[in-house]
Design a binder for this molecule. Structure first.
Ligand SMILES: [Zn+2]
Length: 176
């Protein structure tokens, strides 16, 4: 890409785990561009919202458009980075994390791992070199594609009928 798209020093972090290095090449938008986009979204929503009042159920549409416009305008105002290229690995399960090119974000930015579902934070900073033997947390990291371990450690509970606890002399070694 052009010279205005530098590689940023970023990492993926999750509380309680050593962060992993991530590669982010992003184009930085100027404050003016961010605010201009935000203003256009706001004005657009103000123009469209009254028109939708004629669509039943009338009041809900304008409210939704005004709220949606405010949300999108705020996003455009704060998100000053446009992703050119991103690659990273999940701090917990080492799955590849991706952000599509063209997405906008502001750092710190939260991401959800598609495999383990943990919420990671993309932040500025260096990550320690991982040697491949780093294992932190609850047990070993499962191999990709491995079936989940069966959770069958619970006591049988009521699956078994209660033991007959009545005592009889015939059932023991009792002799008179
Ligand atoms: Zn993960």
């Amino acid at each position: 890409m052009d010279a205005a798209s530098p590689e940023l020093q970023v990492r993926l972090a999750l509380f309680g785990y050593p962060p992993t290095a991530a590669r982010l090449i992003a184009h930085r938008r100027s404050k003016t561009a961010c605010r201009g986009t935000a203003l256009l979204i706001l004005i657009g929503s103000w123009i469209v919202a009254p028109l939708t009042f004629f669509i039943p159920p009338h009041l809900e549409w304008p409210i939704a458009i005004l709220l949606g416009g405010a949300y999108l305008a705020r996003r455009a105002w704060t998100r000053d980075l446009v992703v050119v290229e991103f690659s990273g690995t999940c701090v917990k399960c080492r799955a590849n994390i991706g952000i599509r090119a063209g997405a906008t974000l502001a750092i710190p930015h939260t991401l959800t791992c598609a495999r383990c579902g943990h919420t990671l934070v993309l932040e500025y900073g260096e990550a320690p070199e991982t040697t491949g033997s780093v294992e932190v947390g609850n047990g070993p990291i499962p191999a990709p594609g491995a079936p989940p371990e069966p959770d069958d450690t619970r006591p049988p509970g009521r699956l078994h009928p209660p033991r007959n606890s009545s005592w009889s002399p015939a059932g023991s070694g009792w002799v008179d």
